[in-house]
Design a protein around this ligand. Structure first.
Ligand code: GRF
Length: 220
């Protein structure tokens, strides 16, 4: 069983989808700690209600990004964390964490990277007029919303979509994608190799995972 650290800054719906999948036994892992840089982040309470260990490292109490990340790293080490998942964690990481967890540090982003990194990405996708968006789970490197891609889910943009409706549909797929990506990482079926996330499973298993990750735009 891998020990997972989850970093959040807000509501924590992706955190909950990961906790649920671990509880159901779908991922060979358990959550060692939920860490937030924001005291009072709603997700913290949701984690506590489930009896999960939580910690707050308020970034405003550190003079630099590095100092903040060193404090975060200390908690992760104390809790024996082996893999870190950023789940709505709104801080840019310094090399302190990125290097300590190379190949073991994931992020989820609500667009098909490398298109639309940054903030308000559903708005950006709508403004650009792309026909498909979706979400991406990637290894974290030292650039924002950048790094080798483990898996993506594809969500069409439908006539009449606005930022709210598109965000909602993408979020449903985030909640499928992140548990699957973490499962594959824990099982060694996706691993960082020579700067890419290498798929190490039989084609049939991979194809069947992909079928779960494409929204065909049909009425539910
Ligand atoms: C998600 O859309 C995630 O992709 C992005 O931030 C949002 C966090 O939502 N990085 P939640 O806190 O997981 O509900």
């Amino acid at each position: 069983m891998k020990r997972i650290g989850l970093h959040i800054s807000g509501r924590g719906s992706n955190m909950l989808s990961l906790l649920d999948a671990m509880d159901r036994g779908e991922i060979p892992a358990r959550c060692a700690v939920v860490l937030s840089n924001v005291p009072g982040a709603p997700g913290l309470q949701r984690a506590e209600e489930r009896g999960i260990e939580t910690a707050v490292v308020d970034h405003r109490e550190s003079a630099s990004r590095e100092e903040h990340d060193r404090k975060m790293l200390q908690v992760l080490v104390e809790q024996g964390v082996q893999i870190v998942c950023l789940a709505g964690y709104m801080r840019i990481l310094s090399p302190v964490l990125v290097r300590a967890f190379e190949g073991r540090l994931l992020n989820i982003h609500p667009a098909l990277l490398p298109s639309f990194p940054g903030l308000h990405v559903q708005r950006q996708a709508l403004d650009h007029g792309v026909r498909f968006s979706g979400c991406t789970v990637h290894f974290v490197d030292e650039k924002v919303d950048h790094g080798p891609i483990l898996l993506q889910a594809v969500v069409p943009i439908l006539p009449g979509d606005d930022e709210g409706s598109l965000s909602h549909r993408i979020l449903q797929y985030e909640h499928r994608l992140y548990p699957l990506a973490l499962k594959f990482l824990c099982e060694g079926k996706i691993a960082l190799h020579k700067g890419k996330a290498e798929i190490r499973m039989e084609p049939e298993e991979y194809r069947s995972a992909l079928r779960e990750l494409v929204d065909t735009g049909e009425e539910p």
